[in-house]
Design a protein around this ligand. Structure first.
Ligand SMILES: Cc1ncc(COP(=O)(O)O)c(C=O)c1O
Length: 467
């Protein structure tokens, strides 16, 4: 008898992706300024650690909230008892107001149409569970967040079909790419159930423009399918063009529940406080949908990933403080902008360019000129050198299903300015060394693990050639 179920052991989890293996390498030898200055610097983690001081100073000024008190009296017992899966009304109201504020109050959200989940991970999986059967597929523009292979496919049995985007138009979504993805799904005997986009994009750090959003709405309207917009990075937009939510486009086109119920009922937004507030450990996410049936099904599902009542209590007070949230959003964006500029200009000075971006906690970095050949095998060789020789964990484009070798996602908001400068300094020496043709020798152990990678990527190159 097998110990584990086929679901638990099937490889659609994607944990052997270089995205997750880079984290493992970092864990074995993490950089620390004092204790391990030669260690690996973590630049593969999209965490926002730039504005903790603002949150901490709010907590200091509001000691009752973290002490589980209301008007000076303990509410410990109230919070400790069982909560139903609908969530605390005060928290849902504070959360939808915060989401509206991030969108410049151009749209409003009804708290009755929100489902609370344990992060966006749970929100995306729940939506997939509710909308897709085995044999159904969602179309996703490439490059995409590597966690989606796990979140969307693993437990639900749904499939992802890539919408192939490329650097010729800065990875924008085109109508022909959407239609080709549909053809690809047909070839694979999959029914297309919807499109899922991240706006702003992880890993590109760019926002979808009005034309792309209109194209997506027209496409789902024509095909009678769903659109999920994962807007987890909506509060990180630090430069123009400003963020446009899919809900804003629906409003501007006068699509409403009465005029276009079919479209309106098939657009769903995912949100989370993991990035904008930098609280991934609190596990707070949400699904927003105007479709009552979807909301009811997702609410039932949310039993598997509720947000704890003490977290909801604390955050309803914090997000309910409008003066604070306004200041937080703008200050956090200023800090992200500064960091982004530091990374982009530091890389530029050593001849490495980034895709023009205006959001997110990372840059999409073009290292195609550093590849030995235009293959994913060469990308993996370069990545291994950057992890072991330069000692930076960055994420190769192949882990995000990018179709062009040589792109990497580099995070800038989870480390200090000094560490970021050190990372750029290390990369500068490496690029100079590459230029002068002196490759550093790798240890036997590193070479062995490189062989494993090169083998895996060679098969991917071969598969691409065969297509
Ligand atoms: C696009 C996207 N969606 C979802 C998630 C998961 O977020 P959470 O921590 O809220 O589960 C991430 C995290 O990196 C992400 O980048």
């Amino acid at each position: 008898m097998r110990l584990l179920s086929t679901k638990a052991t099937c490889n659609s989890h994607g944990q052997d992706s270089s995205y997750f293996l880079g984290w493992e390498e970092y864990e074995k030898n993490p950089y620390d300024e004092v204790l391990n200055p030669q260690g690996i610097i973590q630049m593969g983690l999209a965490e926002n650690q730039l504005s903790f001081d603002l949150l901490e100073s709010w907590l200091e000024k509001n000691p009752d909230v973290a002490g589980f008190k209301r008007d000076g009296k303990s509410i410990f017992r109230e919070l400790a008892l069982f909560q139903d899966y609908h969530g605390l009304p005060a928290f849902k109201k504070a959360l939808v107001d915060f989401m509206a504020e991030i969108r410049g109050n151009k749209v409003t959200f009804d708290p009755n149409h929100i489902v609370l989940t344990a992060g966006a991970t749970s929100a995306n999986e729940t939506l997939m569970f509710c909308l897709a059967e085995q044999g159904d597929a969602f179309l996703l523009p490439t490059p995409y967040y590597p966690g989606f292979d796990r979140d969307l496919k693993w437990r639900t049995g749904a499939e992802i079909v890539p919408i192939q985007c490329n650097s010729s138009n800065n990875f924008q979504i085109t109508e022909s790419a959407l239609r080709e993805a549909c053809e690809e799904a047909k070839k694979r005997n999959l029914r297309v159930k919807g499109v899922l986009v991240t706006n702003p994009s992880n890993p590109l750090g760019t926002t979808l423009c009005r034309d792309e959003l209109n194209l997506l709405i027209d496409f789902i309207n024509e095909k009678e399918i769903h659109l999920i917009s994962d807007e987890i990075y909506s509060g990180t937009v630090f430069s123009s063009p400003s963020f446009i939510s899919v809900m804003e486009i629906l409003r501007q086109r006068n699509f409403s529940k009465d005029s276009h119920p079919d479209v309106f009922d098939r657009v769903h937004v995912v949100y989370s406080l993991s990035k904008d507030l930098g609280l991934p450990g609190f596990r707070v996410g949400a699904i927003y949908s105007e479709n009552d049936t979807v909301v009811a099904a997702a609410t039932k599902m949310s039993s598997f990933g509720l947000v704890s009542s003490q977290t909801q209590y604390l955050l309803s007070a914090l997000l309910g403080d409008k003066k604070f949230t306004r200041k937080y959003i703008s200050e956090n964006q200023k800090r992200l902008k500064r960091r982004h500029r530091m990374l982009v200009s530091g890389l530029q000075k050593i001849g490495i360019n980034c895709l023009n971006s205006n959001a997110g906690l990372f840059c999409w970095v073009d290292m195609r000129h550093l590849l030995k050949s235009n293959t994913f095998q060469a990308e993996m060789e370069l990545w291994k050198k950057i992890v072991y020789q330069v000692r930076l964990n960055i994420s190769p484009g192949s882990s995000c299903h990018c179709t062009e070798p040589g792109w990497f996602r580099v995070c800038f908001a989870n480390l200090s300015e000094d560490t970021l400068n050190l990372a750029i300094k290390r990369l500068r020496s490496f690029v100079a060394e590459l230029g002068s043709g002196h490759g550093a020798a790798r240890s036997a152990a590193q070479r062995k693990s490189l062989t494993k990678w090169v083998f895996r990527l060679s098969s991917r190159d071969r598969e691409q050639e065969e297509r």
